[in-house]
Design a binder for this molecule. Structure first.
Ligand SMILES: [Fe+2]
Length: 248
């Protein structure tokens, strides 16, 4: 397959059938929610809002944070530092980072697989070794977080609520990477979304760890945060290079 965006017989737009536009607009109007438009011309959405409100009010939460199997000294430190707030927030966010880093390994492996094939067709702004290095760092970060959970007596294999939610949010990223039709630019665009989240999330986790008094975890966490900031800059630069043709 060609690793480029091509002109072709795309008939998804209205320009491909101008005579049908009027009947399509009538159909769309007929299918719209029958709500009075607001002052900005948008449907007010009251019907769907009332249904959502009902579900939100009645819904249970997305799982729970398991209590540590063993309450360690480190966990007692969390309890004392986060007094008055939920100490499980740290376990929840650690579980989230662990799951995200594990997914990060798989994302980069998918990009490596794609680049191994498509790299033979055109010059890429990175080498396979560049991607393997980042993949290795994502794996290292996962182990760092697993060790941190161990030190708190928490179970690194548990799926915490935030881990669950972040996995749902990033499902599309993996789908883009593993779709055989997508280009390197598509893959980089998707990974950029993951790296933007990763970079911000490590910054937040470092702040939470400081609050929780877990000073022994901070050196590894700060190193992971710096790695993630570097990943973000690299992926952003590669995407720019592919789209703008810089350095090609
Ligand atoms: Fe990363």
């Amino acid at each position: 397959m060609e690793n480029t965006t091509e002109l072709g017989f795309n008939r998804t737009g209205a320009q491909s059938s101008p005579l049908s536009v009027h009947s399509m607009q009538i159909y769309a109007d007929e299918q719209s929610p029958h709500a009075a438009p607001t002052s900005d011309g948008m449907p007010d959405g009251k019907a769907i809002a009332s249904v959502r409100s009902l579900y939100v009010a009645e819904a249970e939460r997305v799982g729970s944070v398991p209590m540590p199997g063993t309450v360690t000294g480190a966990f007692n430190t969390v309890l004392s530092h986060l007094r008055g707030r939920n100490p499980e927030v740290l376990v929840d966010k650690l579980g989230e980072r662990l799951a995200f880093e594990r997914t990060g390994v798989r994302l980069y492996q998918a990009l490596i697989d794609k680049a191994t094939v498509l790299g033979g067709l055109e010059t890429l702004p990175f080498t396979i070794a560049d991607l393997q290095k980042i993949r290795g760092e994502e794996l290292e970060h996962m182990h760092i977080v697993a060790s941190a959970l161990d030190s708190l007596g928490a179970d690194p294999t548990a799926q915490t609520p935030s881990a669950d939610v972040s996995a749902v949010a990033s499902m599309g990223v993996m789908q883009v990477l593993t779709d055989p039709r997508t280009t390197i630019a598509h893959g980089l665009e998707a990974i950029l979304m993951a790296e933007l989240t990763d970079s911000d999330s490590w910054n937040l986790l470092v702040a939470l760890t400081e609050q929780a008094g877990q000073d022994t975890l901070l050196p590894d966490f700060r190193r992971a945060m710096q790695n993630e900031n570097a990943h973000l800059l690299k992926v952003r630069g590669w995407l720019r290079s592919v789209v703008l043709g810089e350095g090609a």
